[in-house]
Design a protein around this ligand. Sequence first.
Ligand code: B12
Length: 255
Amino acid sequence: MAGDDIDLLAAAEQLGVHYQTAYRWVRSGELPAVRVRGRYRLDPDDVAAFAERRDEPQPPRTRRPRGGFEPLADRMFNHLVAGDERAARSAVAKLVEDGVRFTTVMQEVLVPALRRVGTEWHTGRLPIWVEHQASAIVDRIIGDQHPTPRGRRRGTAMVAALSGDHHVLPTSMAAAALREDNWHVHHLGADMPAEELVRFCAEADPDLAVLTVTTPAVHDDVARTAARLSALGVRTLTGRPGRTLQELVDQARSR
Ligand code: B12
């Protein structure tokens, strides 16, 4: 190593991370370092190369379970209906640990299970409290799995549903999918007054606005708000029931 090597603190500063984070990377062997008299020394070129590698957006992982997702979605439905939060959470955690993207888990496991809950509730086979409990469990699962990808952000996005639409889960899923695809996301949730949403975008100037729609009653408001956001120069995407999170991610990427 050349004489201008640096210590771990300087490397952490160069990488813009906490000392402990840099230490963890050194210990795991991801960040090259040598020990001199009990202290780590690093080559600044190695640190710069490491920073560059981290900045590259990660290729999406595409693992699928051997038996496909359908049986997993059925089991998830059963866990949600039984209120078995531990089983629901650990089923999702296991898939993510096995390398399935969380966006895929949401779309292929949580969405079909929720749809089935909706159908059974609508036809009177399930009481409303089961639907409420199932929604609360899914809400916490999305919180558990809050994606924090590495690398450069693609841009800033705002995700919300307008006043009159109380379905917050599709907005949480859209926010999580965009986060997993390296967007910095402002998640404003559901039932958001159009006026406030437009004001937020005027001030925060996001690269992308995503309006999620689940209740048909808000369609006209959504169209009007999308037009106002576009007039502000904010690219706006509108989602509908049945549209997928992968479609959202693809549309967000294409300019
Ligand atoms: C949970 C739930 C509720 C909960 C919501 C709680 C919460 N924390 O979110 C509560 C109890 C509040 C609720 C209330 C109501 N609900 Co509700 N609800 C549901 C349920 C079971 C799940 C909703 C959900 O999360 N869906 C998300 C899913 C599963 O996927 P998705 O809709 O395809 O959404 C995808 C897209 O939006 C995509 N996406 C998001 N953003 C973007 C952006 C882009 C650009 C793209 C491409 C994609 C995209 O992401 C999602 C996942 O892929 C559904 C069942 C269902 N089929 O969805 C009923 C359902 C939506 N509800 C329904 C109804 C009728 C109501 C009520 C009117 C009931 C009532 N009489 O009060 C109220 C309306 C309240 C209101 N004003 O909004 C109906 C709607 C029917 C219709 N077409 O009008 C459904 C379909 C149930 C049914 N089968 O009848 N509901």
